[in-house]
Design a protein around this ligand. Sequence first.
Ligand SMILES: O=P(O)(O)OC[C@H]1O[C@H](O[C@H]2O[C@H](CO)[C@@H](O)[C@H](O)[C@H]2O)[C@H](O)[C@@H](O)[C@@H]1O
Length: 330
Amino acid sequence: MTKHSAFSAEDAAPAQTGRRFTSYPPASCRTAAAQATGCWLDAAVARRAEHDDWMEKHPSALAEFESVLAAAKGKQVVMFLDYDGTLSPIVKDPDSAVMTDEMREAVRGVAEHFPTAIVSGRCRDKVFNFVKLAELYYAGSHGMDIKGPTAQSKHAKAKAEAVLCQPASEFLPVIDEVCRALTATTAAIPGATVENNKFCLSVHFRCVQEEKWRALEDQVRSVLKDYPDLHLTKGRKVLEIRPSIKWDKGNALQFLLEALGFADSNNVFPIYIGDDRTDEDAFKVLRSMGQGIGILVSKIPKETSASYSLQEPSEVKEFLHKLVKSKQRD
Ligand SMILES: O=P(O)(O)OC[C@H]1O[C@H](O[C@H]2O[C@H](CO)[C@@H](O)[C@H](O)[C@H]2O)[C@H](O)[C@@H](O)[C@@H]1O
């Protein structure tokens, strides 16, 4: 298979801006080679071929909907949904990434039929304020802050309200301290913003001039030098600062399956839909369990452990609607 960057043109810096951004190479070597020879038609053909090749390996979950249903037949579907880029489109201002009422209704419909969790890099309260559905499970801070439903529903387990998992709670004071330090240090870079996600932080560079990306990353790394228990990862035009503990969205998925009573069960079919690098941890867990499916939301080929793809949040909504309809005709 052609190697793709998990984060390509739509998300991050081009490779030539510096070695530390080189986890974001051009879309494919084939395309780059064609571009290098100056043959743009070849490059377009190569891109198309690359896309077709990728779609064969990660087919549309809508086009293959009946196969998904067949695989899930007789099993309990559990739905896991990432937020940004999955339920809401990527926008410049993170505080404006609202979810449409139509998408909320689609998620509500799914939650009526299946246990449903939102798994986000955002602070749990913030993502709850966007989604506003009390019958769901929420895993905020990249899974480091998990809470059960606060409203009863058919699928909220009797003790759901008691579900709480905060494996990084000892990091709260240090995260606040680093948030203050980063906010002060990056203030001179226009467009840079720091978002406090409670157990982790995001430094956004979507609105920063490309020439300043390197300087911003240098500043963030210089602050982090004094905090060896924290580490930096990269998402969609965002630098993410997280505690160095072995806990990610994959662990959150496993924790929730266990909390729902599906530990070691062969009768469960988890579906995880996400668009970001951090969602890959959950896709990998599903692969290693050999149960359920991962669906990557992306318009372009990316290296992924997901089995299926959807292009954008509107397709996610359609997929959720189809799932609800299929349940209604059961
Ligand atoms: O796990 P997620 O729910 O996907 O959260 C990952 C990050 O999402 C948000 O940032 C991204 O979306 C913003 C709004 O569309 C966009 O402006 C930004 O460039 C994206 O990186 C969120 O603000 C971050 O804190 C999350 O870590």
